[in-house]
Design a protein around this ligand. Sequence first.
Ligand code: SF4
Length: 359
Amino acid sequence: MPRRKPTIKRAAAAAHGRSPAGASIRSRHPDPKTVQAENHLNTLGKHLKARFGTRVRKLSLHVGFTCPNRDGTLGRGGCTFCSVLSFNDGNPQASVSEQLAAGKAATNRASRYLAYFQAYTNTYQEVEELRRLYAEAMAQADIVGLCVGTRPDCVPDAVLEMLAAYRNQGYEVWLELGLQSAHDVTLARVNRGHGFAAYADAVARARRYGIPVCTHLILGLPEESPAMMVETHARVLECGVEGLKLHPLMIVKGSRLAADHARGRVAAPALADYVATAAELIRRTPAEVIFHRITATAREPMLIAPDWCHTRWPAADAICADLARCGGQGSHAQLAAHAAAKDFPLPPEAAPRCATQSR
Ligand code: SF4
């Protein structure tokens, strides 16, 4: 089976710490028998198939928003891993309906879709304008849900109320929050412009409105150890979360990290390290939490490092093999919860190890 050609949009999502639309864990593998992620973890695809009885695809939208970490409200440089070049492929001049139509035409394996407001910060606009844009998407009969990607410090109650109204009408609704790390020292280092407290507050308010939250985490951020990533994961679970996206740190052109990487100050994660940490986090995740993504990709002109992120299969295959060998989602969750209550955080070395695990 031919591989799907990577697009700039995939690089955009990756640089933004977000998942490319239509790039599910199990899609278009060169050998479909090799990856059976759904045997080992609770995937979004599996959840949507169970709920709607058919394949459901996310359609990515770029509606011309910006970001307070770029427009000067909070900062101008943006997060160090983010590149504005990543957003150039979207067409914010096209209407929501036009973008959805183009997305549907590009995928022939689904009959139901989620409208994914993805590029930049998709709650950073007047509420009435957001209402108009969301409503344009939801008016289409084959759109069964809404995913909104944003920053934790840009989620006013008025937006949550609007999302809750869609959920109460029976739509699939996800608030996708970029957190990346629960460590304020890391968040400051990557210039996020918010701390963990803003995330905890946004999640608490979303839960009051009954809105499922999918949290985006980057593994391999500068100066983060595996134990720090485990602690981030534990703190996210402690706040309560319905979905997770795991990404490796990718160095992409146009980002501030790209300059640091060129000077030898920042290294991209090794595949073995990413796989070991991602698999460990999946084992520590309760079975009901839905994984929207366990790795990410960027295309050749944008991606500087790591080279194994040109396609998702090296990481996805290795993670699934690790889960098959050492235990799937939830197999360490009880232990992790116990450790969190008694001796928080649990270092990775304290968890039951797989004899064949690399580290
Ligand atoms: S919050 Fe802003 S600067 Fe940071 S990744 Fe998102 S768009 Fe880029």
